[in-house]
Design a binder for this molecule. Structure first.
Ligand code: 57M
Length: 358
């Protein structure tokens, strides 16, 4: 909105010509999202505390978590607000990819909000039932996937990283595949969100990685040079990912150990869905397994734990997801978190290397 207004003034004021550049608008969107988070954060914490929207803690978890009871949650609303406003103001709103991103992110935000609201505000410990939640998540993701599939020039090939021309044409199967990536990513981030700053750190590194992919894939010259699929218009998503990165950074200010606020499902689900969607739109779906390595390990730990317990009645980890295992091993919480961040930075670097290694 701000972009189209200021850019339209470029003939009168030459300085506004700078809004032509995605990189410039990405930086402004990032700063705006950060500033909004800093301004909203203290206000939101006060409001949530006053309304007693605090976390209920399960008694079967690691003991250290009992002290976290009552920590304000649903901080994801702040991330969503900052992200959406910065994107709407700085991105080109005639670009359909921006709308797909916003609708999917806010759609998953609504599902997370309903779940948190039932659990916290209405003091209903069950929240929305797992089945209804998954149904809504798949509904949103399938809708977005179908829209993409039937839009002109859609490329239904799945490209393999590390190979020059290796791709598989999924045809109409691209629709369920997209939904699986988006819903899978949303739930993987949700599982990871169990220690202060544990989820938001890797969300930020993954958002950065996909900001680079979006910029490169949307630029004919770079895409050609790097031999990655060119997707006209997808470069605009760098503005979304930059806003996501810095809305996350602003949230981390309040979520850093010891957390003053948790994000809740209203944060974890849409952030994960946004990462899944941007992976699909930039045609770098498989690389998400590398860039989001921390989320993958957390999810695998749950799958292994549940499978092992069902088959052998024995647990592989002291408790899943794996961050609980390390807590019970006696690692201090900040150590687990910072190590996860280090791993997520390494994952981002390896993911970025796929741009050149092919
Ligand atoms: C939600 N939510 C946190 C907070 C956050 C299948 C099973 C593995 C599912 C899993 C599960 O329910 N995961 C999804 C995880 C919760 O955080 C809230 O939830 C939001 C995210 N959705 O934003 O609002 C707790 O996590 C802690 N926390 C922090 N700092 C943060 O910044 O410390 C969160 C954010 C908060 C707080 O304590 O209350 C959660 O962990 O519940 N279930 C589990 O993770 C459970 N694992 C389990 O049952 N393992 C079994 C089997 C089934 C695999 C096993 O190993 O045998 C554990 N979770 C808890 N207690 N809390 C077990 C015991």
């Amino acid at each position: 909105m701000l972009y189209s207004f200021l850019f339209s003034l470029r003939d009168t004021y030459g300085v506004f010509n700078v809004f032509r550049y995605i990189t410039f608008r990405a930086v402004i969107a990032a700063l705006m999202a950060l500033l909004l988070s800093f301004v909203i954060g203290p206000w939101l914490i006060k409001r949530l505390t006053a309304r007693q929207i605090g976390q209920q803690i399960r008694s079967d978890g690691p003991e250290a978590h009992l002290a976290k009871a009552g920590t304000p949650t649903m901080g994801g609303t702040m991330i969503l607000f900052s992200l959406t406003l910065a994107t709407i103001l700085l991105a080109d709103l005639s670009n359909p990819y921006i709308w797909v991103m916003l609708i999917v992110t806010l759609g998953f935000g609504a599902v997370g909000f309903a779940d948190d609201y039932r659990k916290l505000a209405l003091a209903n410990s069950k929240g929305v039932s797992g089945r209804v939640r998954l149904l809504c998540e798949f509904g949103i993701a399938l809708g977005a996937a179908a829209f993409l599939y039937w839009s002109p020039d859609f490329d239904s090939r799945l490209y393999l990283p590390f190979f020059k021309d290796a791709s598989v044409d999924l045809g109409v199967l691209y629709i369920p595949f997209t939904a699986f990536v988006v819903v899978g990513a949303a739930n993987a981030v949700n599982l990871t969100d169990g220690l202060d700053g544990l989820a938001i750190g890797p969300v930020m590194t993954t958002a950065f990685t996909y900001g680079v992919f979006a910029y490169a894939a949307g630029n004919l010259k770079y895409a050609d040079y790097l031999q990655i699929p060119y997707v006209a218009g997808v470069g605009e998503l760098s503005i979304f990912t930059a806003a996501l990165l810095c809305a996350g950074l602003g949230f981390l200010w309040f979520n850093a150990y010891p957390a003053m606020m948790f994000m809740g499902d209203v944060g974890a689900l849409p952030l994960g869905a946004a990462l899944g969607m941007v992976a699909v739109l930039t045609k770098h779906e498989i690389v998400l397994l590398i860039a989001g390595g921390v989320f993958v390990v957390e999810t695998l730990s749950v799958i292994i734990q549940v499978a092992s317990f069902k088959l052998t009645r024995k647990r592989v980890f002291r408790m899943a997801p794996i961050h609980h295992h390390f807590e019970l091993q006696g690692w201090p919480e900040p150590q687990i978190i910072v190590r996860a961040w280090i791993i997520s930075i390494i994952c981002a670097l390896v993911a970025l290397s796929t741009l050149k290694l092919r």
